[in-house]
Design a protein around this ligand. Structure first.
Ligand code: SF4
Ligand code: SF4
Length: 331
């Protein structure tokens, strides 16, 4: 069974169930004014993590072209947003990455780079920390655990040591230590469980990383693994997909709904197609107006706000327990 054929039925079968759960608690998923443009610039990455919801890796060819970058920049000129959030893959690996960051910063928007950290040590990327610091880019970095064993299980051999080295580099120029150079870490469970309480885990991370490696960071964001793409295939392979879905559904938390990221975010893929979030993007749940998928440059902020949010079973991944978003727990 291909990943695509695995994901689509899961989304379809439970689609009503998520809407039913919302309705049962008197909730409705409606949009607010968009605040964030999240750009998934492509699937190329120097790693191949087991939980990856993008199926990213070094051999993926889907990356944003210079022309698409130009169209996005042109759109942002007339539709200014507070924040542009860059993700991938490893977003730093696309040829136009620095040009994109530079222009968005010069427009006055806040730039977020979602980094796997190890890329900062690869040849050709070593001076990225200084480039980011000059543009006050916020760095949100994956760090699934403060202990080497768990990181190795999820991300592969050598990734923990490389991540520590990259964090030291960032700390050395002030990231994670100065208010204007924000460095946040992202935790997601190694297996098929929900993340623990965010502030308690943050305290553990801060203590352990400081004591053993003299590393500082600002906040820890806990993120639930989504039952899609590589993680869904892993669960399916181990006969755990149904149990994991049950865990998410049984832990539905209505208090998380008002802060779901799809309410104020526009997500786009490497071709400029628009989605509600990066998870819907990976499931191919495009937004359209009846004439096919919409590109970013087909809409303005008001038109986008009127489009309904598409939901599916994977949405329970955002509402389980303390809730989950690109900015961590929600409730
Ligand atoms: S989880 Fe992140 S670092 Fe790992 S393969 Fe996917 S995009 Fe790359
Ligand atoms: S998966 Fe996407 S659309 Fe569904 S609740 Fe989460 S952010 Fe919203």
């Amino acid at each position: 069974m291909t990943l695509q054929s695995l994901e689509a039925p899961v989304a379809r079968v439970r689609q009503d169930k998520f809407q039913t759960a919302l309705a049962r608690h008197g909730k409705r998923l409606s949009r607010l004014a968009p605040r964030i443009l999240q750009i998934n610039v492509g699937k190329i990455c120097n790693l191949t993590c087991v939980h990856c919801h993008v199926n990213a890796g070094p051999k993926r060819k889907e990356i944003m072209s210079g022309d698409t970058v130009d169209r996005i920049l042109g759109w942002l000129e007339v539709n200014p947003l507070e924040t542009v959030d860059l993700t991938g893959g490893a977003p730093e690996m696309i040829p136009d990455f620095r040009r994109l960051v530079d222009r968005v910063h010069s427009m006055g928007a806040h730039v977020v780079d979602r980094s796997n950290l190890t890329i900062l040590l690869e040849p050709g990327y070593e001076n990225l920390p200084e480039f980011f610091a000059e543009r006050r880019t916020e760095i949100i970095a994956s760090m699934p655990c403060y202990s080497p064993d768990n990181v190795t299980k999820q991300r592969g051999e050598g990734v923990f040591d490389a991540s520590i080295q990259a964090l030291r580099r960032l700390n050395a120029i002030g990231y994670g230590r100065r208010k204007e150079l924000p460095l946040h870490l992202v935790y997601n469970p190694v297996g098929d469980s929900l993340p623990p309480e965010q502030s308690e885990l943050e305290a553990d991370y801060k203590r352990e990383l400081k004591e053993h490696f003299d590393i500082d960071f600002h906040n820890l964001y806990t993120i639930t693994n989504m039952p899609i793409a590589r993680f869904a295939a892993y669960l399916k392979h181990n006969g755990k997909l149904e149990d994991y879905m049950r865990l998410l559904v049984e832990n539905f938390n209505p208090a998380s709904v008002d802060r779901l990221m799809c309410r104020d975010t526009i997500n786009i893929d490497w071709l400029g197609n628009i989605y509600d979030c990066d998870f819907n993007q990976q499931l191919g749940m495009t937004l359209d107006n009846g004439n096919g998928p919409l590109k970013l440059w087909d809409v303005d902020l008001e038109t986008f706000r009127k489009l309904p949010i598409r939901t599916g079973s994977h949405c329970f991944g955002c509402t389980a327990g303390h809730g989950s978003s690109c900015g961590g727990a929600l409730a």
